[in-house]
Design a binder for this molecule. Sequence first.
Ligand code: SF4
Ligand code: SF4
Length: 80
Amino acid sequence: MAKTTKRGKIVIDRERCKGCHLCIEVCPNNRIEVDDELNKKGYSPARFKETVNEGEKGCTGCAQCATVCPDVAIEVYRAK
Ligand code: SF4
Ligand code: SF4
């Protein structure tokens, strides 16, 4: 129902990501986490949390993560 309605999503290019985790700090809905698996450059990249659990807010497509990312590794998609 409404609580799990997603209005946006992001795609993170994990190989482009340098693991600064600024996006994790900036996301107002806590939709991004650290991926334990290193990328080819040896960084721990950011990962989008696809699953929206009860009581959590989904991604709104606000694009704050993409704006803050110094490596332009995040693309934002907004649902109509
Ligand atoms: S802000 Fe960009 S480079 Fe930094 S962790 Fe997030 S996706 Fe990776
Ligand atoms: S678009 Fe906004 S809500 Fe979605 S992951 Fe990025 S900062 Fe979080």
